[in-house]
Design a protein around this ligand. Structure first.
Ligand SMILES: [Zn+2]
Length: 377
C-alpha cells in the first residue's frame, strides 16, 4: 500500500467530543444517476440516512452543531417546490427536528453557539429558527449571495427568510487562511487545533467539511463530509486504497469469515483498481443542475482521497448508510472509532450496493440495516 500523503495537520493536544446524530429524516425515491455516474444495475436509489454532528469542546465549554438534517415541518416550503418533488416521485419523512433529538438526551441546546450548514440544501439546512436567537448560523463562502434572501423574497428556494431572521449569519472566508489540511484550505475554528472547517466546493457554492481531532496521542480525526460525496463509490477505490484482491469483512456476507474476492468487481471498475466506481454526474441540458460544478466536485473528492488514505481518520459523509451497522450514534460518542475499528469495518461495505451487478446471487446481508426504497411503503 503506498504511504499516505502528509496532510500537515498542525500538532495539538486539544480535542473535541463528537457524536454522529442520525437526524431520523429520510428522502425516498432519489435516483442515484442524478448524483453520480455511470449507472450500475441494481444500485438504483440512494439510501439516505442523514447525519448531523454534535461537536462539544469540553475545555472551553463551547458547542456547535454541523448540519441540521431536514426540517420537520417541511410543509412550510413553497408549494411549487413540494409539487416538483411529488412529480419526481420523491417523498420525505422527518419524525423529529434535530433540536428535539438533542433536547431529549439533555444536551444544553440553549447554549449552542453556532449551527453550521455544510451547504444550503434542504437535507442539511433544517430550521435554524428552532435554535435560540443567540445561536449563530455559519455558512461557507458565497452562500449568502447565492441563496439569501429566502422565501418569500425569493420564490424557488427551500430556505425561508424566517429561518434566519434576527440571527447572525456568519460566512466563512478562506482567502486569508494560512492553514492547509492536505490540499484543503482550512480555518481553525476554536483556535487550538481541535476543529477545522475545510473549503470543499463543487457540489454547491460554499460547500464545507469539518475535521475534528477526537483523540490525541495517538491523533485521530473525524471528517464530517456533508455531500462532498453521496456514496463511498465516488471516493474509493483510489491510489492509497486500491481495490483489494480479497475484501474483508465480506461486504455482502457479513457472517462469513471468508473474504470476498475483489475480482467480482473488476468488470465494474471504470479505470483500473485505483479509480473510484463513480464520478459526480455531469449537468444535463434542460435539467435542474444537481452539482453546481461537477468538475470542481471531483477535485474536492481527489483532495478527500488524500485524507481517506489515513487509517486514523474516519470519513463520515452525511448519507453514508454503512456507518449504520458499525458506528455508535448520538447520544453515544464517536471519539473511540479508532479503537473500535470503524474505518476498516466500513471501508468496503458500500460494495454491498454493487452485489447484483457483480453477479452475486445470494441474499445480501450487509452492515447498514437500511434498504434504499423507490418510495415510502
Ligand atoms: Zn445531502
Amino acid at each position: 500500500m503506498p504511504e499516505a500523503p502528509n496532510l500537515n495537520i498542525p500538532a495539538s493536544a486539544s480535542t473535541v467530543n463528537v457524536s454522529i446524530v442520525n437526524t431520523t429524516g429520510t428522502i425516498y425515491g432519489l435516483p442515484v444517476t442524478q448524483l453520480f455516474e455511470p449507472a450500475i444495475p441494481g444500485h438504483d436509489y440512494l439510501a439516505t440516512p442523514i447525519y448531523s454532528f454534535l461537536i462539544q469542546h469540553p475545555a472551553l465549554n463551547r458547542t456547535i452543531v454541523f448540519d441540521l438534517g431536514i426540517r420537520k415541518d417541511f410543509s412550510a416550503w413553497p408549494e411549487g417546490l413540494l409539487d416538483t418533488f411529488k412529480s419526481y416521485g420523491i417523498s420525505i419523512d422527518v419524525p423529529k427536528h434535530i433540536r428535539e433529538i438533542l433536547d431529549e438526551q439533555g444536551v444544553d441546546t440553549k447554549s449552542i453557539e453556532a449551527v453550521v450548514w455544510s451547504h444550503p440544501h434542504l437535507d442539511h439546512t433544517g430550521d435554524p429558527s428552532t435554535f435560540e436567537p443567540s445561536t449563530t448560523l455559519i455558512v461557507g463562502p458565497g452562500v449568502k449571495k447565492d441563496v439569501l434572501p429566502g422565501y418569500p423574497a425569493k420564490q424557488d428556494t427551500f430556505i425561508l427568510e424566517a429561518d434566519y431572521a434576527g440571527r447572525e449569519v456568519k460566512e466563512l472566508d478562506f482567502t486569508d487562511s494560512k492553514i492547509k489540511i492536505g490540499k484543503f484550505p482550512a480555518i481553525d475554528y476554536f483556535g487550538d487545533g481541535s476543529f477545522y472547517f475545510l473549503d470543499a466546493p463543487g457540489h454547491c457554492i460554499g460547500h464545507i467539511c469539518g475535521l475534528a481531532r477526537v483523540t490525541s496521542n495517538p491523533d485521530s480525526f473525524i471528517l464530517m463530509g456533508g455531500d462532498i460525496i453521496h456514496h463511498s463509490g465516488e471516493l474509493r477505490p483510489h491510489h492509497w486504497h486500491p481495490l483489494p484482491d480479497s475484501i474483508s469483512p465480506h461486504p455482502f456476507e457479513l457472517s462469513s469469515s471468508a473474504p470476498c474476492p475483489g475480482e467480482l468487481f473488476h468488470k465494474l471498475l471504470r479505470d483500473g483498481k485505483e479509480e473510484p466506481f463513480y464520478y459526480p454526474a455531469p449537468n444535463k441540458e434542460g435539467q435542474q443542475a444537481v452539482h453546481f460544478d461537477p468538475e470542481l466536485a471531483r477535485e474536492s473528492i481527489k483532495k478527500l482521497q488524500e485524507v481517506d488514505a489515513h487509517d486514523n481518520i474516519l470519513v463520515a459523509a452525511a448519507h453514508e448508510q454503512y456507518l449504520l451497522g458499525v458506528a455508535d450514534f448520538f447520544p453515544k460518542p464517536a471519539n473511540d472509532f479508532l479503537a473500535k475499528g470503524w474505518v476498516q469495518k466500513t471501508r468496503w461495505a458500500f460494495l454491498a450496493d454493487l452485489a447484483k451487478a457483480a453477479g452475486y446471487e445470494g441474499k445480501v446481508e450487509a452492515a447498514g440495516d437500511y434498504t434504499p426504497r423507490s418510495k415510502k411503503e
